[in-house]
Design a protein around this ligand. Structure first.
Ligand SMILES: [Zn+2]
Length: 393
């Protein structure tokens, strides 16, 4: 939305606007047009500024033929507006206590990794392909109401972090997903109070535990703490806890706008984290809202988030774009979630779409919408295909 970017300047000078429909400023919303600085702005109903022309005479057929720029792939590559590289990608990894990799049924090609050579070999493969970012999710049978596996030094995630840091050091940036749902017997992301239909998730008690988990992961060697529980104030609680223990250089990537989405379905099998009762709609965002995402992001940035996130990615590309336009100075991640992965896998498995091209088009779309970083289960496949990026489009 251009008026986010230009609004202030143009509004200030709005009295000087010439011609057009007589609007006073870009804040005077509604259909119409105006001229400013030799540029004509056409408006549809808010929020769209639909077209911008450098004067009326440009971009008319036959002097303009957009197809000329698409004549061959060398030309197309020369004028491509969006790029994608391995440094944009983060690979989610499920870690667990088992002796061998366990396939995840609902996510063909994905595994739960044991803390041994198999995991190290897989991460080595990622690194050789150019992927240096991973985000860890713990899968465990050890569950209790307060997620003590997550605050324990011997929890599956801290052990995985130590193992990976020993082997790969700085060459691997370890993001640690921080939530309670993988480790609670009730499957909720925070402390449950009350009972029956009157249960609720106690925000501020949960924050204290999030702080403890963050310090536990940082102590093990995590580079980035990634809170995904959607508790209010979670970034501040984690920043305070980290700083209080001398981890001021550990980053926070917040799942700022995480929607209550059906597309998380396959993940819940992977992480064994489905809520045993109720759902997560009292803390995750309502899919009908987009402006609310700006409030969530603004709060997280104010509390000290280094990177913010929109999740899921593809059904929420409008939100990705809004966040990038409103906070261009803040690195933005988007999570191509398990359901997005499994839909592409299923359609490709049935022979309905070309998997490789679907992967690259979806990732490119997420970048085009404004994401700097993409969490994706396709990271390794994409890294390999990126070697031929110039011949893909
Ligand atoms: Zn959770």
């Amino acid at each position: 939305m251009l008026h986010h970017l230009l609004g202030r300047d143009i509004t200030r000078k709005s009295k000087q606007l010439e011609g057009g429909s007589g609007r006073d400023s870009l804040n005077d919303l509604g259909p119409g047009s105006c001229n400013y600085g030799g540029i004509k702005y056409l408006f549809s109903d808010w929020p769209g500024i639909v077209m911008i022309f450098n004067g009326d005479s440009l971009h008319k057929f036959p002097s303009t033929r957009p197809r000329r720029l698409r004549l061959n792939r060398f030309l197309r590559n020369s004028v491509a507006e969006t790029s994608l590289s391995t440094s944009n990608l983060i690979m989610p990894i499920f870690v667990t206590d088992s002796s061998s990799p366990q396939p995840i049924n609902a996510m063909p090609g994905q595994f739960r990794w044991p803390l041994n050579e198999d995991l190290l070999k897989f991460v080595d493969e990622l690194k050789s392909a150019g992927i240096h970012n991973v985000i860890l999710f713990g899968v465990t049978g050890k569950k209790d109401p307060l997620a003590s596996e997550a605050t324990s030094k011997n929890g599956v995630v801290p052990r995985a972090i130590r193992l990976l840091k020993q082997s790969f050091g700085k060459e691997l940036v370890i993001f640690a997903d921080l939530c309670m749902c993988d480790y609670t017997d009730h499957g909720h992301c925070g402390v449950v109070k009350g009972s029956g239909e009157d249960y609720y998730i106690d925000n501020d008690t949960t924050l204290k535990i999030y702080g403890e988990i963050a310090v536990n992961y940082a102590e093990a060697g995590a580079d980035v703490i990634a809170p995904s529980g959607m508790m209010d104030g979670q970034v501040k609680a984690i920043r305070d806890a980290l700083d209080g223990d001398g981890y001021e250089n550990v980053l926070i990537m917040s799942y700022s706008a995480k929607y209550a989405s059906v597309f998380y379905g396959p993940f819940r099998e992977a992480a064994d984290s489905a809520p045993r009762f109720g759902d997560r709609r009292s803390y995750q965002m309502d899919p009908r809202n987009s402006f609310e995402a700006l409030k969530e992001v603004a709060m997280d940035v104010g509390e000290g988030a280094d990177i913010v996130m929109v999740k899921p990615a593809m059904p929420y590309l409008d939100v990705v774009r809004m966040v990038k336009d409103s906070f261009p100075q803040v690195p933005l991640a988007a999570y191509q979630v398990s359901g997005e992965y499994s839909m592409i896998k299923a359609a490709a498995g049935a022979g309905w779409i070309d998997e490789g091209r679907a992967v690259m088009e979806s990732l490119t779309s997420i970048r085009r919408a404004g994401a700097d970083l993409i969490l994706t289960y396709f990271a390794l496949d994409a890294a390999r295909m990126l070697r031929n990026w110039d011949s893909l489009f």
